[in-house]
Design a protein around this ligand. Sequence first.
Ligand code: NAD
Length: 705
Amino acid sequence: MTASYEARGSVGLISLNNPPVNGLGLATREDICLHLDTALNDASIKVVVLVGAGKSFSGGADIKEFGTPKALQQPNLLGVIETIERFAKPVVAAIHGLAMGGGLELALGCHYRVALSGTNIAMPEVKLGLIPGAGGTQRLPRAIGVQYALEMIVSGASEKSDSLVQIEGQKLFDQLFKSKSVEDFVQDACTYANSVSLARPLPKLRDNASRGGQDEAQLTGLFQGVRDKLAQSARHFPAPLKCVDAVEKTLNATFEQGMLYEREVFLSLMQTPECKALRHLFSAQRNCSKIDDVPAVTPLRLVKTVAIIGAGTMGSGISMNFLNALLPTTIIDTNSQALDRARSLIIKNYESQIAKGKLSEADFKKRIACLRTSIDFGDIQTADLVLEAVFEQMSVKEEVFKKIDALAKPGAILATNTSTLDINTIASFTSRPQDVVGLHFFSPANIMKLLEVVRAEKTALDVLATVMDLSKSIQKTAVVAGVCDGFIGNRMLEQYVRQAFFLVEEGCSPHQVDQAIERFGFAMGPFRMYDLAGNDIGWAIRKRRYLEKPEIKYSKIADLICEHGRMGQKTNAGWYDYLPGQRKAIVSPLVETLIDTFRKEKGVVPRSISDQEICDRLLFALINEGAYILEEGIAARAGDIDVIYTTGYGFPTHTGGPMHYANHLGLQAVVKRMQEFAKNPVDGEAFWRPAPLIQRLCASGENFQ
Ligand code: NAD
């Protein structure tokens, strides 16, 4: 059963029991109603207490049910809440751990609510492109006032029960307990329930919402201010503005009218592509930590100490992740100045967090106490994880991995942060290739959430299980990739950037390309991105490609920019001009002239290219390479690719990532468009061969999975 029942004296105790977060799927809703009936029909029961078994009260609706008939099937959540509101005996919600979304709405329908100190409370529906759909927009403002409710519902952010209970005049919690354990809390809740068992109040959260002492003009200003803030993003994210409209109903409409409005909006948002995309990403993010042949019960290796080799850009950024998790970390480099630079950079980063109020002085001290720097390789001997971030040259990696192999303790995990080199080859430099894995962090490594875990041919299952687990403690979103040039993210990016260069060769300005894809929703267009990363990085890769894969064609326009020393922001000149110390990209007349001359020399007559063509070519280049990656098993699921792109490459979340976007457009439409592009004289035919997987899926009418 997904909810259990127990009579404790005159209390009927219903425990939601649907791990991991007591989701309110159909079975749970049915069980709640069944137990309510039992409590109703037992004359000795005077009051009902609703609790969550395990770590939380409830994480809310079961999102797997969304969009399926089960979500609406009676008793739906609204129906359960109504039953509780009308219930003849008082019902007390006893909330611990977390109460989110539907879980909070369920609690709001109860006659009394008590909470354990430290409980997380949120209405996160907006993050899935929705508004709360079971009375949340109507009851929460009545419980904590419109201003606080508006903030919570529009942001989806979580608040602690302790701060909510401080709100003046709040009706959310009747009592906050500081019980020592969850068991004690349940007992405290039952004692509280007995004290109110004689009074079943009328539903408390149906009057007009609390104005929090604000007059009409102040409230108008409040709502307008929030609407103004949301206006720009509303094109891609319609739900937050709808939350504002719904909350406003608590002031200017009856409870019943507000409920009807909320339901209507909830159901219509559910059908929007944005909501489907965000729900897809939510599930994809949960799934990407699963590896088919690594059972959940795989024993983990213990990682208590870390050694990072290489104190450069990546080494220092990566170290901060382990320091944040208070894991003793030693950075090792042959260059003592690099070590000093790394230490001061880390301290500077922490100091800026302190200045912003994001880190306390005490936590800073704890973190920095975990940091050691050393020029002695012997210091890796005690490390459970040795992570290499030295120069990107196979000969350097060989020298370093041979040293690591000689010194690291047996069973230590040996990781490399290489972005392009073959990890099977790197593993072969050691006598223990089963311990070698790729941990591809993204720059700045202390900030970027994405981590590609690269599984080499011989990587042991427990190594994989351990690094996936470790990624959670350092708060990264880890996705597994197979070994290939560029892994998942950068391999796809190469095709995207090749198209960007072709587009400029054919007639676009870099600015036009950036603007078009930024309007689509990308955080940054390819030319601004290259200027930020450094044009020399791509140049070095292309030079290698010209030798290794001469059949792959690149527009030489990018090389020309580099030959003029325009490496990007770091040289104040790249595809754009930059004022010293500033990041604002300024269209460069010199680059325009360079491009013009380049086209003339090649005999290219520039043509006008629409924004639609720009976006399609950039996006379909990603999608086609993504299909090859899926087919080759480099990525296990299309959703993994979407997580990588939305987490690490600024791909707009409202589209669900490149593979979901392709499914949304329809693969047949994608292939048809590729066939049109194939007619392009600039490398059209070679570039636009639809991957065999897309062709097969098209023929069978299926989608990327
Ligand atoms: P970097 O040049 O900033 O730093 C490299 C450091 O390694 C230097 O401090 C150098 O002194 C040290 N080093 C070189 N040889 C060494 C040796 N034999 N023993 C000990 N230390 C040695 O380089 P980076 O940008 O930090 O890149 C490091 C690795 O991370 C590369 O493999 C790179 O491909 C990868 N990577 C870089 C990025 C990025 O955006 N910079 C992103 C992902 C991955």
